[in-house]
Design a protein. Structure first.
Length: 149
């Protein structure tokens, strides 16, 4: 784990309610070599972890401005507005930055399943010393949502 930047280190002892400049915070984020930062989506009321995706500065700004979550699709190499195909959009409730500035936590209101497999979340597979196990049922047939199998 990388040490926090001076920006984040200076905030470590700050009291609740301390204002932080948005532009300075965005500039201090630990973007990787591709200009991305991991973003964890969590259902705001149940606290269920839904998925992990990536954001670049433009998709992060769009999310903050519109309230509709937009990620960077590494496979498509373009912005990906969650739910643009499925209708299962994520509305931003709150966005948090971790103490090192290298991970985002998006508290969202998820409409429908978050996973492209039709499951509520992307973490439906467990792994142990004895092997893996599928732990959640498909809620929505992906072919009915995406028009493909």
């Amino acid at each position: 784990m990388a040490a926090p930047s001076d920006f984040f280190r200076a905030l470590e002892g700050s009291a609740p309610g301390t204002a932080v400049d948005r532009e300075a915070l965005l500039a201090a984020l630990a973007w990787n070599t591709d200009g991305l930062v991991p973003a964890i989506a969590q259902q705001h009321d149940s606290r269920e972890v839904l998925m992990l995706a990536w954001m670049n500065e433009a998709t992060l700004r769009e999310t903050l401005e519109t309230g509709r979550v937009c990620y960077w699709s590494r496979s498509r190499k373009r912005p990906w507005r969650k739910g643009e195909e499925s209708g299962h959009v994520q509305r931003l409730v709150e966005l948090r930055v971790d103490c090192d500035g290298d991970t985002l936590l998006l508290l969202v209101d998820q409409a429908g399943p978050a996973c492209h497999t039709g499951r509520a979340n992307c973490f439906y597979l467990t792994l142990s010393k004895d092997g893996g196990e599928v732990r959640a049922a498909v809620e929505v047939d992906p072919a009915s949502v995406y028009g493909r199998s």
